[in-house]
Ligand binder design. Structure first.
Ligand code: PLP
Length: 451
């Protein structure tokens, strides 16, 4: 008989963990979280932890928000599922599409729903192909991303991702996918001033387009407004708007991946809002439902949408979409989250408390391991180095940051360890300055213990 109530599952080899050293988790077992409230979670051993990473930078509204649970319950009782194929729809998904068009940059007028960020990026790549094929520009095939960019793990999106560990053994990137250097100031290939980084990025984009045969061969440029999984790399002010303009001049589409930055994380509802950037396409996920239910989306310009409507030949459907496109329960959850973002002014809280977090991280610089401190809103990182003065890195890989992450956990704090010894912090947007002070105290203790 199955004893579900009393057995403690470990599934050390049955459950295949994403982005995990599999041999290690087979040996040690998983870290199992069982409950959450506000900015805190509890693990199976009863340890309470401050969640300094909002799950996977997604639980923006914090844990235990009963009104979101209630919205899901009501929708599940009323209509748990409705297809969006063949012209069917459901009310929450339609309302959510209207809300997202209202809230997002003016250029974005239409919404295609997905289940998360990876399939939003993948759908974007397919929609771009479709767009240029049906508008008689089938040679516009190449796409360009940034080194250290992250655009999920779909077969195509993982190639667009500019992190070599996502390519290794997967035969990626694909032949039509290319990268230019990141705007990474701390280890810059362009120089250290804002102007050098911005002009360097534009020059690199122009050079890459020329190398690929010119604008007639290149479809799009993709970027995150702040690079997340590449190590929280914040571009100089003006960079996003400058790249948008450069793409317009080059006649290539400008795609912004706001999967992390969307829904308040950087201090505006969308990071594009900081510089009034109007992209051609935008991908969103994570904060859309705050992790309470899976959902993502692609937001499209009217020009692109009109091309889909006016497809050739006219009597064929737009043959793309998922069983769960526009899922009513996720849409109801997203609507409840949007209400919370607006009512509790969470983007503003991210701005104010984010500034406090950054100041606190700056104060940790007296520790010689801390080489760089960076962030925007409640999206921040420190880069640990062997030598603060020369910026000499530790051995490449996850060694030191992984150790700090483990020590942080022992001290009651969840942080993210990135490659190149970067530690990321992205707490729920409801976090208070007091919570942040506690997080900083625990992080300082963890770094000290790791030495
Ligand atoms: N794009 C960005 C910028 C992301 O950070 C992520 C995930 O972290 C994705 C896409 C992929 O999203 P998902 O993990 O929901 O597939």
């Amino acid at each position: 008989m199955l004893d579900l109530a009393n057995s403690l599952p470990n599934a050390t080899h049955q459950f295949v963990h994403p982005f995990t050293q599999l041999a290690e988790v087979e040996a040690s077992g998983p870290t199992v979280l069982v409950a959450g409230e506000g900015v805190r979670v509890t693990d199976r051993d009863g340890r309470e932890l401050l969640d300094g990473f909002a799950g996977l930078w997604c639980v923006n509204i914090g844990y235990g928000r009963i009104e979101v649970v209630e919205a899901a319950r009501q929708q599940m009782s009323k209509l748990p599922y409705a297809s969006s194929f063949f012209g069917f729809a459901n009310e929450p998904a339609l309302r959510l599409a209207e809300e997202l068009v209202r809230l997002s940059p003016e250029s974005l007028q239409h919404v295609f729903f997905t289940l998360g960020g990876s399939d939003a990026v993948d759908s974007t790549l397919k929609i771009i192909r479709y767009f240029f094929n049906v508008t008689s520009r089938p040679e516009k095939k190449h796409v360009i991303g940034l080194e250290r960019g992250y655009h999920g793990v779909s077969s195509a999106g993982a190639g667009l991702t500019g992190l070599s560990n996502c390519h290794l053994f997967f035969d990626l990137p694909l032949p039509y996918q290319h990268h230019i250097p990141s705007h990474y100031r701390y280890r810059s290939t362009y120089g250290s001033t804002d102007a050098e980084i911005i002009n360097g990025s534009i020059d690199a984009l122009q050079a890459k387009v020329a190398e690929l045969g010119g604008s007639s061969k290149v479809a799009a440029f993709f970027c995150e407004p702040v690079q997340g999984s590449g190590g929280v790399i914040v571009p100089p002010e003006g960079w996003l708007a400058a790249m948008r303009d450069a793409c317009a001049k080059l006649d290539i589409l400008f795609v912004v991946d706001e999967v992390i930055t969307g829904f308040g994380r950087t201090g505006q509802l969308f990071a594009c809002d900081w510089e009034r950037v109007e992209p051609d396409l935008m991908t969103i996920a994570k904060g859309l439902t705050s992790g309470y239910s899976p959902m993502g989306a692609v937001l499209l310009s009217d020009e692109i949408y009109r091309a889909l409507v006016k497809q050739v030949p006219r009597d064929l459907p737009f043959a793309h979409g998922f069983t769960y496109t526009g899922h009513p329960v996720s849409a109801a959850v997203a609507l409840a989250c949007l209400e919370i973002y607006e009512r509790e002014q969470l983007p503003e809280n991210a701005k104010v408390v984010g500034a406090h977090l950054l100041k606190g991280l700056e104060a940790l610089r007296e520790n010689p391991w801390i080489g760089d401190v960076r962030g925007k809103g409640l999206l921040a990182a420190i880069e640990l180095v062997a030598n603060q003065k020369t910026r000499a890195p530790f051995e490449p890989g996850l060694g030191v940051s992984q150790l700090v992450r483990k020590k942080a956990y022992e001290n009651g704090l969840i942080v993210r360890a990135f490659a190149d010894n970067i530690i990321g912090l992205a707490p729920p947007l409801i976090v208070s300055e007091d919570d942040v002070d506690q997080m900083l105290e625990r992080l300082a203790r963890a770094i000290h213990a790791a030495k």
